[in-house]
Each structure stands twice: as C-alpha cells, then as structure tokens.
Design a protein around this ligand. Structure first.
Ligand SMILES: Nc1ncnc2c1ncn2[C@@H]1O[C@H](COP(=O)(O)OP(=O)(O)OP(=O)(O)O)[C@@H](O)[C@H]1O
Length: 249
C-alpha cells in the first residue's frame, strides 16, 4: 500500500454547541483520489479549512509527508506543497491566462514579480507556466484574459496555478460545482490526469464523478465519518445508503 501523504487524526471543531467535525480521522495515500462526501452541512468545508490552516481545530492533529503541520499557518502549509484549489483563488481578471500562471510560478519560487515586461521574457517563469498551462489543457487559451474564460476554463486556470505550487497533495473543493454536463466531463478527465502529479482529497457532491474517479471514499455525516472504503464498499454500505445515498444508488 502506498505511503500516507496526509494523515488526519481525531480532528474536532465546534461552533458553539455544534460539533462541525467530531473526531475525524482519515488518510490520503500517494497516487489516490480520496473523495469526501456527505450531505450539506456535514462538515466537509470545515474539515478542509482545518487541513489548509484557515481554521484551527479544537483538538486533533495533522501530519503531512510525515511531519506534524499543526503549528504552521496556511501559507506555511501551502509552501510545503499542500495545494487548495477552486474555492479560493487569486486569479487577476485583467491578466491573461499565461500572466496569471506566471505570477503563480513567481510566487511559488519566492521570485519578486517586479514589472511585467521583463518578466514576460523570463524563461524561468514562462517555461514552467507554459508547461502547467498545457498540463491543465488550456494551451489554446494562453493569451486570453482570465475575465473572458468560461467556467470550465477558469477551473483549468486554477488547476494550472495550483500546479505551479509543485503540490504534494491537492485539496479540491467541489470542482464540478456549477459546471454543465460537458464541462463536468472535462474536469473529470483532468482530475484523473492530475492524480499522476499528486494525490487528491476531493470534496464533491456529483456522485457520478465521485464513483467514476475515486479510489476511496469517506462519508461524513453530522461531523463524523460513518464509513470509509472502496467505491463498491461505500455503495453497498447500508448505513451510507440510508443516511446519504438513498436506495437508488
Ligand atoms: N464559522 C462558522 N460559524 C458557525 N457555524 C459554522 C461556521 N462554519 C460552518 N458552520 C456550521 O458547521 C456545519 C458544517 O458546515 P460545513 O460548511 O463544514 O458543511 P459542508 O459539509 O461543507 O456543507 P456543504 O456541502 O453545504 O458545503 C454547518 O452546520 C454550518 O452551519
């Protein structure tokens, strides 16, 4: 079995009397897509925010690549290669796709991005930017302004920018949200390509996508993991069917 990349142990977080995550443990291993599913309000976003460092847990611990990261803030965790995409992004609408990805490359390398003109021809920025853009499937739109992108293209831009961080793990929050069937298909194809770069912890409501993509699924209900296993195990699990999937799954 591949080594664990991200190990979450007994994370709990309450908002007043509400236990948003209650003793949650899960592991993300090298090479996998581990989907986290559950009904609205189950605590998925709260869990992701504790992993990224945006929210401090009341108790529990997180190890990333074998190292405790509890004391690191969000920027420190991102520098280690814990990449969050989709709900947070720093896309500049008036910049082109290429300029946005160059900025991400510059930020990740600690480069100070002085003026755009000399940077435009700096191969240290352009070469990796073009590589990430191609990997995200956006090369034909490299010169388009970010503001002109379709929803699906914007997601691809965010992926290209996340790749610039040289991620060791991706935390992806609802990449299919708001996508039509066609765009969703494109994101599905891209996610399976991305997992070759780094394992993915995927929060997603689109069950077709989850069943098609995930190597493992954990189900969160009322802040607790009620089941964790392969796609088949989760589909068959009576408690999951009762509390989340419904009997038509
Ligand atoms: N900052 C906060 N203060 C108070 N309550 C909060 C806060 N953030 C989240 N909650 C509550 O914690 C619970 C878990 O919310 P969370 O957003 O993590 O769920 P979720 O599984 O991501 O839901 P969704 O699928 O709808 O995005 C909800 O009842 C929510 O109202």
């Amino acid at each position: 079995m591949p080594e664990p990349v991200l190990e979450i142990e007994s994370l709990s977080k309450s908002f007043g009397a509400l236990k948003a995550t209650d003793d949650v443990s899960l592991t993300l291993r090298g090479g996998e897509i581990h989907a986290l599913i559950g009904p609205n309000g189950a605590g998925k976003s709260t869990l992701i925010k504790q992993i990224t460092g945006e929210l401090r847990p009341d108790s529990g611990s997180i190890r990333f690549q074998g190292r405790a990261i509890d004391i690191l803030d969000a920027a420190g965790r991102a520098r280690l290669g814990l990449a969050r995409s989709f709900q947070v992004s720093s896309v500049i609408p008036d910049f082109t796709v290429r300029q946005n990805v160059m900025l991400a490359v510059a930020g990740a390398s600690g480069h100070v991005f002085r003026v755009l003109r000399p940077a435009q021809s700096d191969a240290k920025l352009t070469a990796p930017a073009d590589h990430h853009i191609a990997k995200a499937g956006l090369h034909e739109r490299a010169q388009a302004r970010a503001a002109e992108l379709s929803h699906g293209e914007r997601r691809k831009l965010e992926i290209a920018m996340a790749l610039a961080l040289k991620p060791r793990a991706f935390l992806l929050d609802e990449p299919m949200a708001g996508m039509g069937a066609e765009g969703g298909g494109q994101v599905t194809a891209m996610l399976s390509a991305l997992k070759a770069e780094a394992p993915i912890l995927l929060v997603e409501h689109d069950m077709d996508a989850v069943f098609a993509l995930a190597d493992r699924i954990s189900v969160l209900v009322y802040g607790r993991i009620i089941a964790s296993g392969s796609v088949d195990e989760i589909r068959r699990d009576p408690e999951v069917r009762r509390s989340y999937l419904g009997d038509d799954a």
